[in-house]
Design a binder for this molecule. Structure first.
Ligand code: AP5
Length: 214
C-alpha cells in the first residue's frame, strides 16, 4: 500500500502517518524528519536544508527528489510506505509518478487531512518535538507523561525552530501556493480522500482506517 499524506503544516500528517505505519507495518517516510536528522548530524545536506527550513521555505526539488529516491530503494519499501511531507510540489509529484511508472506502480491513496489555517498557529505553538527520536507531542492535546521529557526515549522536548508563529505563517502561505495544488493533481488521478483533521486524533485515525479498509 502506497499512501501520501496531504495537508497544511501542523494538520496532523505526521501524527497520523506514524499510526498508519504501525498498523499496516509499512515505513513512515517523512522528508522533514530526514532533513532534521541531517541538520542534527551536521551533514552537507543538513546545512543546505537548514537555510530554507528556518525561514519556512521549501528545500529545492532536486535535493528532495534525490534523497527520496535513495530511500525508496531500501528493502523495507517493498510492501509500500506512507509518505509524510513528500511530494510537496507538482515537480516532486511528477518525479514520484515517473519513478513508480518504471515498475508499473501507482500511489493508492492521497489522504488530505483538512484543518483550517486559524487552528494551525495555535496547534504549532503547543507542539513539542523530541531531540532524540523525533517523537511529537502537544502540550494540551497529546502531552508527555513528564513535562519536557520524551515518553519513548527520555530525551528533551523542544519547540521546533520553524514552529515560531512568524515562521508558521510563512509555511502556511508556502503551503497554499506550492503544495495545495497537489490536491487537484491527485483528484485527477481519483485517489484523494478528505478527512476532517479538526477531530480528536483517534477519530481522525478511525476515519483514515475506514478509507483504507473501505
Ligand atoms: P515537515 O516536517 O514535513 O513539516 P510540515 O509539513 O510543515 O508538517 P509538520 O511536521 O509541521 O506538521 P504535521 O502535519 O506532520 O503535524 P503533526 O502531526 O506534527 O517539513 C518541515 C520543513 O522541511 C518544510 O517547511 C520544508 O522547509 C522542508 N521540507 C520537508 N519536506 C520537503 C519537501 N518534500 N520539499 C521541500 N521541502 C521540504 O501535528 C502538529 C501538532 O498538532 C502536534 O503537536 C500534534 O500533537 C498535534 N495534533 C495532531 N493531530 C491533532 C488533532 N487531531 N487534534 C489536536 N492536536 C493534534
Amino acid at each position: 500500500m502506497k499512501i501520501i499524506m496531504l495537508g497544511a503544516p501542523g494538520a496532523g500528517k505526521g501524527t497520523q502517518a506514524k499510526m498508519i505505519a504501525a498498523k499496516y507495518e509499512i515505513p513512515h517516510i517523512s522528508t522533514g524528519d530526514i532533513f532534521r536528522a541531517n541538520i542534527k548530524n551536521g551533514t552537507e545536506l543538513g546545512k543546505k536544508a537548514k537555510e530554507y527550513m528556518d525561514r519556512g521555505a521549501l528545500v529545492p526539488d532536486e535535493l528532495v527528489v534525490d534523497l527520496i529516491m535513495d530511500r525508496f530503494a531500501q528493502d523495507d519499501c517493498k510492501n509500500g510506505y506512507v509518505l509524510d511531507g513528500f511530494p510537496r510540489t507538482i515537480p516532486q509529484a511528477e518525479a514520484l509518478d515517473a519513478a513508480l511508472a518504471k515498475n508499473n506502480e501507482t500511489v493508492d491513496y492521497a489522504i488530505n487531512v483538512d484543518v483550517p489555517d486559524e487552528n494551525i498557529v495555535n496547534r504549532m505553538g503547543g507542539r513539542r518535538a523530541c531531540v532524540g527520536c523525533g517523537a511529537t507531542y502537544h502540550i494540551k492535546y497529546n502531552p508527555p507523561k513528564v513535562e519536557g521529557i520524551c515518553d519513548t526515549c527520555g530525551a528533551e522536548l523542544i519547540l521546533r525552530d520553524d514552529d515560531k508563529p512568524e515562521t508558521v505563517l510563512n509555511r502556511l502561505s508556502v503551503y497554499h501556493e506550492q503544495t495545495q495544488p497537489l490536491i487537484d493533481y491527485y483528484e485527477k488521478a481519483g485517489i484523494v480522500r478528505n478527512v476532517d483533521g479538526t477531530q480528536d486524533m483517534k477519530d481522525v485515525f478511525d476515519a483514515i482506517v475506514a478509507i483504507l479498509e473501505g
